[in-house]
Ligand binder design. Structure first.
Ligand code: FAD
Length: 401
């Protein structure tokens, strides 16, 4: 497992405190520079922890806003809210996740039946194309489980417009190798690069931009598609209401399911939950039709174990690695529960698995942070970000001025 991301909350907190002093002017000025493996100091590299809520958005924002004003740390705060925005956007249009999964299966079928496509896809995943920077990022991703945001944008753009590979295969490559692989941020960012998210507007990687922001490490002059058209896709599905979450009745005999979307369960105990027993869920196998990288699987297993050991006094007997609805139902019944309690899981493999549970009610309280923000993801990020002072004010228990 990579030393860059030790799979513990302690490591996440240490990373946060090391980063906080840089979250103001330094981040604003430096965040777009990708200085390469071992030199990602200008950004927080907190995403593997934030994605799984081994540390929460609220904790990160509070630490940064404890040192800086909102206007001094505006850029960083906005980036954290991109994660919130993407989640809210997908919650209200879950069909986009289903559409991605279907598109991926179609593309995977083509890879298996068209030898030309298969060898191009393999070369891209192995970092054996004729484009140095792209090859470098493919290796960095596979070897470290992380890529800088700018590298993700360039990589996705080259994958789609220069190599002309199906975007779903690229998104899948990311999900199988990123420690922070996330249904909302990944799918919608790939769609954004392709021109499917902000429809008709694609992101085109330019050699000059790559050269500037890699400080000359790469300069793929004349190697990249120069004026590609955005991909065409269906219009966005109709918007559903954002979820508000269930109310927990802690007096009912309950079991707790811990999952990779929220590994800070303390707020559920604050609601009065006293589980008879706890299970950790393993939904890793559901994220892709292909094998997820062993380092990613190991990271997820380890952060769940870290969570379980931190909270062991509150969890009751712990069963690890449940991976089917049937297993969970049988275990919950055997424990004598009337209900299964779990933090609300946003659109993705965990939610899909939990939706299959029929034998017992599944109670999914939603954090106030998500409930306040998600329903504002109606249009583009520009409109959403205008609400940030309000979100932050509510988080601090303050009214925005
Ligand atoms: C094609 C593509 C695929 C992506 N796939 C994922 C993914 O699977 N999982 C994932 O967590 N992020 C994804 N991102 C978003 C972003 O690249 C990463 O969250 C960010 O690079 C993480 O590094 P960091 O923690 O050092 O970020 P910092 O710059 O330090 O930002 C702080 C935090 O803000 C959030 N954040 C920053 N930028 C974004 C963004 N553009 N979208 C959403 N949240 C953001 C993250 O939680 C991050 O930890 C993707 C972006 C692109 C362009």
């Amino acid at each position: 497992m990579s030393d860059l991301f030790p799979p513990t909350r302690t490591a996440a907190l240490e990373k946060l405190s090391a980063f906080v002093p840089k979250a103001g002017r330094d981040y604003t000025a430096q965040r777009n520079y990708d200085r390469g493996l071992g030199h990602h100091d200008a950004v927080s590299t907190l995403s593997p922890y934030l994605r799984h809520r081994l540390i929460t958005e609220a904790e990160v924002l509070e630490a940064v806003l404890g040192r800086y004003s909102l206007s001094s740390a505006e850029k960083f705060v906005q980036e954290v809210f991109w994660r919130t925005y993407w989640k809210g956007w997908l919650e209200m249009r879950p069909a986009v996740w289903g559409g991605y999964q279907q598109g991926l299966l179609r593309a995977w079928d083509q890879v298996q039946t068209q030898s030309g496509l298969r060898s191009e896809w393999e070369a891209a995943c192995k970092g054996e194309t004729g484009i140095d920077c792209f090859n470098h990022w493919a290796h960095e991703l596979v070897e470290t489980g992380y890529l800088h945001n700018h590298a993700r944008m360039w990589f996705a753009s080259i994958w789609i417009f220069t190599l002309r590979l199906p975007w779903e295969l690229g998104a899948d490559f990311f999900l199988r190798h990123l420690y922070d692989g996330d249904p909302a941020s990944n799918t919608l960012s790939w769609r954004w690069v392709a021109g499917l998210q902000t429809q008709g507007k694609n992101y085109v990687a330019r050699a000059s931009n790559i050269s500037k922001y890699t400080e000359g490490r790469f300069s793929p002059l004349y190697q990249l598609a120069s004026n590609p058209e955005p991909l065409q896709g269906p219009p966005h599905p109709p918007r559903m209401d954002a979820p508000v979450g269930d109310t927990l009745d802690p007096s009912k005999p309950s079991v707790l399911v811990l999952h990779e979307d929220d590994l800070c369960p303390g707020w559920l105990f604050d609601l009065g939950l006293k589980p008879l027993a706890t299970a950790t869920l393993d939904a890793t196998g559901q994220i892709s039709p292909l094998h997820v990288a062993p380092r990613v699987k190991a990271f997820k297993t380890a952060i769940m174990a870290d969570c379980a050991s931190r909270w062991s006094a509150s969890l009751g007997p712990i069963t690890s690695g449940m991976s089917t609805a049937q297993e969970i139902e049988d275990w919950a019944r055997a424990a004598g529960a009337d209900q299964i309690v779990t933090s609300y899981a946003p659109v993705g493999p965990v939610a899909t698995l939990l939706n299959d549970i029929r034998a017992l009610p599944v109670i999914r309280p939603l954090r106030a942070y998500d409930r306040r923000a998600w329903h504002h993801a109606t249009a583009g990020f520009f409109k959403f970000k205008a609400k940030i002072p309000e979100f932050v004010g509510a988080m601090k228990g303050l009214q925005p001025v």
